[in-house]
Design a protein around this ligand. Structure first.
Ligand code: PEP
Ligand code: CO
Length: 462
């Protein structure tokens, strides 16, 4: 197989011919500068030869399911760490994260009466956009840490040099994560869908304890009823699908995992099922949009409070010109205090233009704040508040909220405040582990799922 010169600038400039390299002609924000371009080239060629992490038929089946979510026939749960790191590629962290996502999905299936599409923010979520290219401590200024796929977090000059070999490590850790997730799902792990195996002591501390206990009891009854009816264990009844996603930020890596597949047309990103474009790299004429417009995968774009309706319409023109169902998701992340003002004009513009997108709400990234003792945190009440408003605003606009996007972990961390146990600012130091954004812990995550169900069932009764 011939080697592709990925540093070459001599790609076809004809806009109609898309290639995985064309993004190199556009402005690429948030990109590291690799000092050794020969080493970068060697690494990218190696990466290009490695087997894919996902398959084209999985990618297409997710797109089909997202098309159904667009029509109101499914709901999406997308969640995981803000950033994975290499040290957390470890069995209990992976299985606890999978467990909480499965349990949340069961709550949502039960409460919303819809199949849930489960999408992890994992197996590749290693690159982070940064607000500044450099970090200064005292007299010393160094390049910012950009995630384990790019450089290392220690504050030394050596650690902050972008190292292409980290892309190979990221690819192999993603592959190990996928392998373990697939094995857990194929085996008896799905038994965890029985509420009798869940950790639910927190429910007693909730102001809605009796409602939530009732919900858990009903889910247990429903599972047992299904099993009695079919004579099968729940996990044999329907195969669980689990998909992966990450922010497609580090474009040389994304390009190297972009492949053509026998008997399929087009190019697939086979490093993940569902790549998304972050808020900081969503310029319509920028490199990230140029790269993602050409892949067959379903894709998402994060939409922040400064985005105007005409920008969204232009993004649709570029990213989904054929109005293909399931192709494009907008994940709005406005913040609890801004969503009521900022979201409705966007919903109206797209609805009145007759465009087809799936709407999801990221209830995390607009709600980040710092405590007086310097911890980055989010309040449970703001996260839930943004979600509840999102459901209402969509209902009022005649659109539909088709899914939620959350940063969470299956561990007992103390990073977000509030929730049933009412964590306070001073509790944060007890188990604050994130090096980036604060995540919902196991209990807070399950509580969010129950609170969504509660909100939606009261909306139906009304
Ligand atoms: C993220 O999802 O971790 C993130 C950085 O989000 P956004 O691009 O919406 O700020
Ligand atoms: Co984040």
């Amino acid at each position: 197989m011939s080697q592709i010169d990925r540093n070459s600038q001599t790609v076809d400039t004809d806009d109609t011919v898309w290639t995985p390299q064309n993004w190199r002609l556009r402005q690429a924000l948030q990109m590291p500068v690799y000092p050794d371009s020969a080493a970068l080239e060697t690494t990218l060629n190696e990466l290009h030869q490695l087997p894919p992490l996902v398959t084209s038929w999985e990618v297409l089946s997710l797109k089909q399911q997202l098309a159904e979510a667009q029509e109101g026939r499914r709901f999406v749960l997308q969640g995981g760490d803000c950033a994975e790191n290499f040290a957390d590629c470890e069995s209990s962290i992976i299985s606890n994260r999978l467990k909480v996502l499965l349990q949340m999905s069961l709550v949502l299936i039960y409460g919303l009466r819809l199949p849930v599409i489960r999408i992890g923010r994992f197996a590749g979520q290693y690159a982070k956009p940064r607000s500044s290219d450099t970090e200064t401590r005292g007299e010393v200024t160094l390049p910012s840490y950009r995630g384990d796929i790019i450089n290392r977090p220690e504050f030394t000059a050596q650690a902050r040099i972008p190292d292409p070999q980290l892309m190979i490590t990221a690819h192999s850790r993603s592959s190990m994560t996928m392998n373990f997730v697939r094995a857990l799902i194929d085996g008896g792990f799905a038994d965890l869908r029985h509420p009798e195996y869940w950790s639910l002591r927190w429910v007693d501390y909730s102001t809605r304890a009796s409602e939530y206990q009732q919900m858990v009891a009903s889910i247990g009854d429903a599972v047992r009823f299904m099993e009695a009816l079919s004579g099968e264990h729940m996990h044999n009844l329907n195969r669980i699908d689990f998909y992966t996603s990450h922010e497609a930020l580090l474009l040389p890596y994304e390009e190297a995992v972009t492949r053509q597949v026998p008997r399929q047309s087009g190019w697939f990103n086979l490093g993940t099922h569902f790549p998304w474009i972050g808020m900081r790299t969503a310029a319509v004429d920028g490199a990230h949009v140029e790269y993602l417009r050409g892949v067959v995968n379903p894709i998402a774009v994060k939409v922040g409070p400064s985005v105007q309706p005409d920008q969204l319409l232009r993004l649709i023109d570029v990213l989904n010109p054929e109005d293909e169902p399931g192709r494009l998701t907008f994940i709005h992340r406005m913040g609890a205090t801004q969503i009521a003002e900022k979201l409705p004009p966007l919903l109206d513009a797209i609805r009145s233009d007759g465009r087809r997108v799936l709407w999801m709400c990221d209830a995390m990234h607009g709600n980040t704040e710092s405590t007086r003792n310097g911890y980055k945190t989010r309040r449970f009440s703001n996260i839930l508040g943004e979600l509840e408003q999102a459901f209402d605003l969509h209902a009022a606009a005649g659109t539909r909220l088709g899914g939620v996007h959350l940063e969470l972990t299956g561990e007992d961390v103390t990073e977000c405040t509030g929730g049933a146990r009412d964590l306070k600012d001073m509790d944060l130091e007890r188990a604050y582990r994130s090096t980036v954004d604060p995540r919902l812990n196991y209990e807070q995550s399950l509580e969010i799922a129950m609170a969504i169900v509660r909100k939606q069932s009261s909306a139906t009764i009304r």
